[in-house]
Design a protein around this ligand. Structure first.
Ligand SMILES: CC(C)(COP(=O)(O)OP(=O)(O)OC[C@H]1O[C@@H](n2cnc3c(N)ncnc32)[C@H](O)[C@@H]1OP(=O)(O)O)[C@@H](O)C(=O)NCCC(=O)NCCS
Length: 339
């Protein structure tokens, strides 16, 4: 029996919403034997990308049946030394092909169509994240479409329970104003790989619950981080994003205790203020020492998420080869909008 032609077009909420959600439910991501986090889009399949500066969702139809879907977003980020610079990156996510229609080229065709949209918008690099043992996904992106392994961050998951953690009396925790948090991010994290230049939009987004700092009590007089002020010897910062509760941190010297205290503070906040929050998720660079201080359950966590990248412009191919050879910066900025 022959097949009709696969038609790829932009997502139309009215026609596609229920069908995309149904496809999502039928597609297990990664090997079935491993328990991992599954995202329920709760009636809004586009929720993972709608907070990005530019985004697009494509669907593939075959004989009027919805057989595939893909999402993409575009933003500007820092790329690593020796070319520490701004780059426009396109993130590929949410690729799903209906089980009965796999190995017919639908997945590759959706990625290529999304790359065309990236190219039309002057994107330098496309990137994607997958579990490293998702064979179908790795083979499709790396073997077939020319993506290269780039970074392997760890996803750390801690369940939220009724236990309340005690904040040590010698540690001060303070909530920052958005402008204060924005200044600190630019001051301390702007050279971190994948730091998004629209950090202000992330911090001002309604899903952003706030930013807190922890430091030894008594070491700071007045506003934390205000102009000319000397920073405490040890401090840490956390921002909390409400999507399954995700946060990112900045570490000061000897600040493991500050990081742990902040994580416990976030846990207490999730446990008391949000009855729907079941887990706290953090994604950190593979070699980031912070992971030692972030409470997580090994069983729920993923030690090596795999990020793959592809240069979309000829002149960026050499840079990407160099980027993959040099060791990653200790920290890697994981955008909460993309989790
Ligand atoms: C990954 C997925 C999107 C692939 O879609 P697809 O339409 O079957 O992909 P294609 O037909 O374009 O395959 C292209 C190439 O990828 C590789 N590939 C795809 N599925 C594979 C599999 N199950 N095992 C090994 N290689 C596979 C092959 O090299 C294939 O080329 P070939 O068929 O000529 O050998 C699909 O399996 C899927 O929806 N999986 C569940 C969701 C998921 O894991 N998404 C990826 C998250 S990042």
């Amino acid at each position: 029996m022959g097949y009709g032609e696969v038609i790829t077009r932009s997502y139309d909420r009215q026609i596609d919403r229920a069908r995309v959600e149904d496809l999502e439910r039928r597609c297990e991501v990664g090997p079935a034997e491993r328990v991992f986090l599954f995202t329920d889009t709760l009636g809004d399949p586009i929720c993972r990308i709608r907070n990005s500066p530019m985004y697009k969702m494509l669907v593939a139809e075959l004989d009027r049946e919805l057989v595939g879907v893909i999402q993409g977003s575009i933003k500007q980020v820092t790329v690593q030394k020796p070319h520490e610079d701004l780059a426009k990156v396109g993130y590929v996510l949410g690729l799903r092909v209906a089980p009965l229609h796999r190995r017919k080229g639908i997945g590759s065709s959706l990625v290529c169509k999304l790359e065309e949209w990236f190219t039309a918008n002057d994107v330098d690099y496309a990137y994607m994240a997958t579990e490293k043992d998702n064979e179908a996904s790795v083979k499709l992106f790396v073997n077939k479409l020319g993506y290269v392994n780039f970074r392997t961050p760890a996803i750390l998951v801690h369940p939220v329970n009724n236990r309340m953690f005690h904040t040590p009396s010698n540690v001060q925790i303070r909530k920052l104003k958005i402008e204060e948090a924005e200044n600190l991010y630019y001051k301390f994290m702007a050279s971190t790989e994948f730091f998004p230049y629209d950090i202000g939009n992330i911090l001002r987004n309604k899903l952003s619950l706030g930013t807190w700092v922890a430091y030894p009590r008594g070491e700071i007089v007045g506003e934390f981080g205000s102009n000319g002020q000397i920073f405490p010897k040890s401090w840490a910062m956390v921002s909390v994003w409400n999507s399954g509760e995700l946060f990112k941190l900045r570490e000061g010297p000897l600040s493991g205790k500050m990081v742990r205290t902040l994580c416990q503070f976030v846990h207490n906040m999730a446990s008391t203020k949000s009855k729907d929050c079941k887990v706290i998720v953090t994604e950190v660079g593979g070699s980031d020492a912070l992971r030692l201080h972030i409470p997580h359950w090994k069983l729920l966590s993923c030690p090596e998420d795999l990020w793959c990248m592809k240069a979309l412009k000829n002149e960026k191919k050499k840079t990407l080869r160099e980027l993959t050879k040099i060791p990653p910066t200790i920290a890697l900025f994981v955008d909460p909008r993309e989790v």
